[in-house]
Design a protein around this ligand. Sequence first.
Ligand code: ZN
Length: 282
Amino acid sequence: MKIARVRYEGRVLAARVEGGTVFPVVAEDERHMSDAVRDLIADGRAEEVLSADVPGVPLADVELLSPLAAPQKIVCIGLNYADHIRETGLQTPEVPLAFVKTAHCLTGPQATVRVPRGTTEQLDWEAELAVVIGRTAREVSAENAMSYVFGYTVANDVSARDAQFSDGQWFRGKNFDGFCPLGPWIATASDVPDPQGLAICARVNGRTVQNSSTKEMIFGVAETIAYLSRYMTLYPGDVIATGTPHGVGMGRDPQLWLSDGDVVEVEVEGLGVLHNPIHVTG
Ligand code: ZN
């Protein structure tokens, strides 16, 4: 099943998507940090509830939002593709290198990423496979880890490289508003039999800049969940962005930074496309 959050007729709803039709089922309440999809996952009833027989709406008539609004955490894995490590010149990590983006970064699969003028001169993209956790995971083994996966989606780990590397740690450079386009929906795990065999790519203004496969990951999905869950509990709706392959702007010769009016597309095979224009404001 494909699960989306959509804005339709002024309301935000959790919906299933079938082809070009959206079936909005559950209205999200308007309180701060509400997240209808996260709550359905946590209740263990997302697919059951979203299977409801409700009237369909053409996909073109809704605004697709980030499929999760307020996961408890978004854990990102850095330097997790061998080809990307070579282009950065950094050392291959011996264990997954984890950092965090928080929910305020999330934005929709077609939303404009607005960057205030003067805040970065080195705006970059990172195409990533994102894993959505389905049930509470604590000290799980790699052998059992996949049973904790609810589904998969696509993330763009937008990064301001100047901010990222001038601070000594990555929080600011990875956490501007809008720096985590996510979506266009969550494909449940049964729709993705092998997450380590998916083509992954990014395009800037239609030109392919990243083109790889999730089989190039150093630490795969199962190993990453097992590793993280030794240290921190993973909760339903938590997102793990599993790192990016080669071809980010920082690693190119010459380097390529995003600027006002550029359009970044990120695609993972079978999971859909993120299409995010960049707008430098002010
Ligand atoms: Zn990343």
